[in-house]
Design a protein around this ligand. Structure first.
Ligand code: 2P0
Length: 320
């Protein structure tokens, strides 16, 4: 009746932006990400017949605001006639700061809730359940370089290459920890309905996915860098051209991009990516990590720098 799972956030190199079915939370496009290692969310789920309502504690605090999505996810995993649950979530990195905490949280939640309810589920089934709660969470069920594809009226997720086969480091420059001005779900809908670039974005995604997949399989860093930066800037162009516009960047975001261009000019194997927030994530080869981390730390407006390797997918923890 209780279980604990751990999941890592993931960073998209080819982005998910837009939904083809909002009710079932199905993405309009496929995506490719890397699952991180050192950053993680630990999720404890305890089903308790004495509870009248679900309870959620996030990093030691009761969090009623986040509860409805958790309740909905528990219902989808265990059925609506389930026992109520006490859910305790702890993350070792800032949550709601554009570091994909919803991905690690919902990936860990479906694994822990399934185990607590005695349900045997494949990773594939767990990924679909996580994706219904938060699109990017489906990717955190898998480790390494991960591709999510649309598959009929559902999704299919798989590891393209494991992290050990092509070790990389991801350095995240945190430029603000303020809450997002608009949630990614809302912003995606604004893009779909109003951005003149949205249709073209969807149309070109398969080609970007194919280029990135080939680059990963061939371990061609330059090719991956080029398509990932292009896909990221294209996604933000779609957002900027929405009405009302969606601009997640701040001045430090741009300063970080300039810093990455300098690092590249100096010969570093590094590229940037930016999600639905002002943080800049720089992916680099391990030999360039200290140079990248130092350059980002010294960039005006950067509050902190977090580093991680590429890790494994969500897993149940022993001892519960
Ligand atoms: C991604 N993002 O591929 C993209 C890039 C943000 C920018 O997935 O509405 O929290 O819960 O399905 O997964 C963030 O959106 O969205 C996201 P929902 P999610 O990582």
């Amino acid at each position: 009746m209780r279980a604990t799972a751990r999941a890592q956030p993931n960073i998209a190199l080819i982005k998910y932006w837009g939904k083809r079915d909002g009710n079932r939370n199905l993405p309009a496009v496929g995506s490719i990400s890397v699952t991180l290692d050192e950053l993680f969310t630990t999720m404890h789920v305890e089903l308790d017949g004495a509870l009248d309502l679900d309870e959620l504690h996030v990093n030691g605090r009761k969090s009623p605001g986040l509860l409805p999505r958790v309740t909905q996810c528990l219902d989808s995993v265990l059925g609506t006639d389930r026992l109520r649950a006490r859910v305790i979530s702890e993350s070792n990195f800032p949550i709601a700061a554009g570091l994909a905490s919803s991905a690690s949280s919902f990936a860990a939640l479906v694994v822990a809730a399934s185990a607590a309810g005695g349900r045997e589920r494949t990773t594939h089934e767990l990924a679909r359940l996580a994706g219904a709660a938060s699109g990017s969470a489906a990717r955190s069920l898998y480790g390494g370089f991960v591709e999510l594809r649309n598959d009929g009226d559902s999704i299919a997720v798989q590891t393209i290459l494991d992290g050990e086969s092509w070790p990389m480091r991801v350095i995240a420059a945190v430029t603000s920890t303020a809450p997002k001005p608009v949630s990614s779900g809302e912003a995606m809908e604004a893009s779909r309905k109003t951005s003149p670039f949205y249709a073209r974005w969807v149309e070109e995604q398969d080609s970007d996915l194919s280029t990135a997949r080939d680059a990963i399989t061939a371990r061609d860093f330059g090719k991956l860098a080029s398509i990932a930066e292009h896909n990221c800037l294209k996604m933000h162009s779609v957002m900027w051209a929405s009405r009302p516009p969606v601009v997640y960047w701040n001045a430090a975001t741009i300063a970080c991009l300039e810093r990455v261009r300098q690092l590249q000019a100096d010969g570093a194997a590094a590229f940037f990516t930016i999600d639905a927030g002002p943080q800049v994530k720089v992916v680099c080869l391990p030999g360039d990590e200290s140079q990248v981390a130092e350059a980002l730390s010294n960039t005006p407006g950067v509050e902190s720098v977090l580093a991680s390797g590429i890790g494994a997918g969500a897993a149940l923890m022993n001892g519960d």
